[in-house]
Write a protein that binds this ligand. Structure first.
Ligand SMILES: *Cc1c(COP(=O)(O)O)cnc(C)c1O
Length: 528
């Protein structure tokens, strides 16, 4: 690659950080004081030949090259080693992110071959390795942000929790506790979490819904006295693993860079020919990574933002007005896209408004107080150059699963189905890459409803409802020829021991107590 391995610096979107930060500081800090998000000061630019040359290298090498081009203050060998660990046999496809062709102009980027069968693995197999390496580096410099070890707290509605557990399991200097709404996740999602191996992980159910979990965990993050106590008595500092960390975003840029190289190598597109990308969107991390890839020289022309009924982003991209006053949260078959405030949008606005932190501050303040803000004319025009958006109803998303299965012998999960339908509506002359974010087996009940035309709100036939998630997946795999086998890593959980049975109230005092009880079990004291 033409880019020397240089050390970029990182700035924050609200302009509260004066000193230039390194990559390792940005990932360990996570979020900037004042609530801003970190972005690289300088964006790299890949020449077409450099992009195409990546095709002949393993995915881990492509990932290392992209990281080095973005500027990471770690030794080259450390970056290489982190990537070799992140992207190898822990994925059940040697390509890591294989591309399936549906027709001459439609391709599916499969991001569900990692340990938890959802796209968050691409970031969460990688980021924790860099997090540990960053702590080592910062300690060697005696930097203040890494004196303590880290306790990662995660509130999850299902998918993120398991991906974070797998990513942080047995990682140096970190322990992780995941809170999920007890009874509020599917039996398979629960089994995925409760069977996680590792000496530094714990999982706790909370009596309440996801909102209650999130609120309680946020209260813990905000308790200065508890934080102080944990730092002095346990040598621990809190951190979160959520998608606003730049360390989670950069690994997602990699698969877009890689995908283009793969498509040229397979003859799907000519070198330099533009493609459009369609992404099922929730917190705006995945599609933002595609935007960074385009900025870095990948010939991606249009970005299609696909929403479900919770369509605040689609409305924003179509009107320039972000408005959550009248919206209530709707539960859909694509739960990972059920979101009202998309945190990563802030990064895009910063990039498109000429990197004006004062304007970002003003918009975010308005969003907080008025539940609404309006993008200015120039920023909106810049947004419209690259982005278009549409949303898909619950009924249409399930019908799409059947339509694609019957037309192409290919089974989509409900999130990817939303993206497929939006791509069909918005596509122009370019080939389209539809981003597939989960394996169907994570959402077997809704996939069955889609395939057989049962309405989303109606129950499964009793004999199928009685099966439970594992047996329903086997049924689907046996009765729908093109569904393929249930991935081993899902099927094998059925016989595994559930290691974590704790359930407590979704209130702050109960969580605090559960943290203190868990610590002796999950914090490595060998270095003390
Ligand atoms: C998290 C998730 C999404 C949404 O991705 P964002 O980066 O938050 O936009 C879509 N689909 C699945 C299956 C997910 O787990």
């Amino acid at each position: 690659m033409n880019h020397p391995h240089y050390h970029n610096t990182y700035v924050d979107t609200r302009g509260f950080v004066d000193e230039p930060l390194t990559f390792t500081q940005a990932i360990v800090r996570g979020i900037a004081p004042g609530g801003g998000l970190f972005v690289p000061k300088v964006l790299p630019r890949f020449a077409l030949d450099d992009l195409l040359a990546l095709a002949s290298k393993p995915y881990a090498v492509r990932a290392a090259e992209v990281f080095k081009a973005f500027g990471v203050d770690l030794p080259s060998e450390t970056i290489d080693a982190c990537m070799e660990g992140a992207y190898s046999t822990n994925f059940d496809a040697p390509e890591i992110t294989p591309i399936k062709q549906l027709d001459s102009e439609t391709f599916v980027l499969e991001l569900f071959h990692g340990p938890t069968l959802a796209f968050k693995d691409l970031a969460l197999q990688c980021m924790p390795r860099f997090f540990s390496a960053a702590i080592d580096t910062l300690r060697a410099q005696d930097a203040p942000e890494a004196r303590e070890d880290f306790l990662i707290l995660v509130a999850t509605s299902g998918d993120t929790g398991k991906a974070a557990l797998e990513g942080f399991a047995n990682r140096a200097h970190t322990s992780i506790i995941v809170y999920y709404p007890f009874g509020g996740v599917s039996d398979l999602q629960q089994a995925q979490m409760l069977t996680t191996l590792g000496s530094n992980v714990s999982v706790c159910g909370l009596r309440g819904n996801f909102d209650d979990c999130q609120t309680a965990v946020k209260q813990v993050f905000g308790d200065e006295a508890f934080k102080e106590d944990l730092a002095t008595t346990q040598g621990l500092r809190f951190s979160s693993a959520n998608s606003i960390n730049w360390g989670r975003l950069l690994p997602q840029v990699v698969y877009y860079v890689s995908a283009y190289a793969q498509m040229v190598a397979s003859g799907a597109v000519q070198a330099g020919e533009p493609i459009d990308v369609c992404v099922p969107t929730g917190n705006f991390g995945n599609i933002l990574a595609a935007w960074y890839a385009a900025e870095a020289g990948v010939p991606i022309e249009q970005l299609f933002c696909a929403s479900n009924t919770n369509r605040v982003l689609t409305d924003f991209i179509n009107t320039g007005v972000y408005d959550i006053r009248e919206r209530s949260f709707v539960a859909t078959p694509s739960p990972s896209m059920d979101i009202l405030v998309s945190s990563n949008l802030e990064r895009l606005l910063f990039e498109l408004n000429g990197r004006n932190p004062e304007q970002i501050q003003a918009w975010m303040q308005e969003l907080n107080s008025e539940k609404r803000f309006v993008a200015d004319k120039q920023t909106f025009a810049a947004l419209r150059e690259r982005f278009s958006a549409d949303w898909v109803s619950v009924e249409d998303s399930l019908a799409t699963i059947r339509e694609v299965y019957e037309t192409y012998d290919y089974l989509l999960d409900p999130h990817t189905a939303v993206a497929y339908k939006v791509a069909e509506r918005l596509r122009g002359a370019n080939p389209v890459l539809v981003v597939a974010t989960a394996h169907w087996c994570k959402f077997g009940a809704d996939v069955y409803k889609g395939l057989t035309g049962i309405k989303a709100g109606d129950a499964l036939p009793q004999e199928l409802a009685d099966l439970g998630g594992f047996a329903l997946n086997r049924y689907l795999s046996e009765h729908f020829e093109h569904a393929g086998a249930v991935p081993e890593r899902m099927a094998e959980l059925e016989g595994m021991e559930h290691r974590f049975g704790e359930v407590c109230d979704a209130d702050y005092a109960a969580i605090k107590e559960s943290i203190l009880l868990s610590l002796p079990l999950i914090v490595d004291r060998s270095e003390l």
